[in-house]
Design a protein. Structure first.
Length: 83
C-alpha cells in the first residue's frame, strides 16, 4: 500500500494516508472525499543514510544481526560507540 499526502478541500486539513488500489480515501477530520493528492516531500540528501544507519544501530542493540553482512556489522559496531 502506498503512502500519499492529501489536502481536504472541504475543511483544509492536510494529512497522509495509506491507500489500497480501488479504495477512496476520506479526510480524518470531516470524512469528506473531496481531496487533492499532494506531492510528497523528499528527504534531504544525507539524511536517508543517517536514518538507515540509526535504524540498523537500534536493530543491532536488539540483537537483530542475522541478516547483515560482516561489513555492515562492522559499520554498526563502529557507529554504536557514538550512541
Amino acid at each position: 500500500m502506498p503512502m500519499f499526502d492529501y489536502h481536504c478541500t472541504a475543511c483544509g486539513k492536510a494529512f497522509e494516508a495509506l491507500v489500497r488500489s480501488g479504495d477512496t480515501p476520506v479526510c480524518p477530520a470531516c470524512q469528506s472525499t473531496a481531496l487533492e493528492k499532494c506531492p510528497s516531500r523528499i528527504a534531504p540528501a544525507g539524511k536517508i543514510e543517517a536514518i538507515r544507519m540509526a535504524h540498523r544501530r537500534v536493530a543491532a542493540a536488539q540483537g537483530h544481526f542475522d541478516h547483515y553482512s560482516p561489513s555492515d556489522k562492522a559499520k554498526l559496531l563502529k557507529g554504536k560507540k557514538g550512541i
